[in-house]
Design a binder for this molecule. Structure first.
Ligand code: DQA
Length: 159
């Protein structure tokens, strides 16, 4: 990921986006044996703190609506978002449209799942996103988001 320069030649602050799909607003109380006790606010706070330390702008977005998620991805291109961390949740296994939105904006992204989807029901073994993703983290709980962020921060520094 190349560093961008403003018209004055100064390097601009990199912008990252974290997208959470449907039902992830219920984290903390939703099937804790599957998804743990950490809430979405806890996850977002930890990500924001890490991004702040690294001097990177990070925005988080959650929606239970496919169209809203697609429109957020479109807006990311206008905003010059450099990379996305996305947990498409249930849409992982169903949404060609959200996958196509990510392909259309061509913003590199990391796919994250709290649970190990490959150790669960067969319908969770297929993702419409994985073939387009930079990589996939599945089964490491809420830490997976922070590991994805760490990876992107390293990328921003080295590319
Ligand atoms: C999930 C796994 C999906 O199969 C499921 O529909 C979710 C959450 C995860 O983070 O483990 O909602 O993406």
């Amino acid at each position: 990921m190349k560093k961008e320069k403003s018209t004055s030649g100064q390097a601009t602050t990199a912008r990252l986006l974290v997208i959470h799909g449907p039902n992830l607003n219920l984290l903390g109380t939703r099937e804790p044996e599957q998804y743990g006790h950490t809430t979405l606010s806890d996850i977002n706070l930890a990500l924001s703190r890490r991004a702040e330390t690294a001097g990177v702008e990070l925005e988080t977005f959650q929606s239970n609506h496919e169209g809203a998620l697609i429109e957020r991805v479109h807006a990311a291109r206008e905003q010059g978002v450099r990379a996305i961390i996305i947990n498409p949740a249930g849409y992982t296994h169903t949404s060609v449209a959200l996958r196509d939105a990510l392909a259309a904006v061509a913003i590199p992204f990391v796919e994250v799942h709290l649970s190990n989807v490959y150790a669960r029901e067969p319908f969770r073994h297929h993702s419409y996103f994985s073939a387009l993703a930079m990589g996939v983290i599945s089964g490491l709980g809420s830490e997976g988001y922070l590991l994805a962020l760490e990876y992107l921060l390293n990328k921003l520094n080295t590319d």
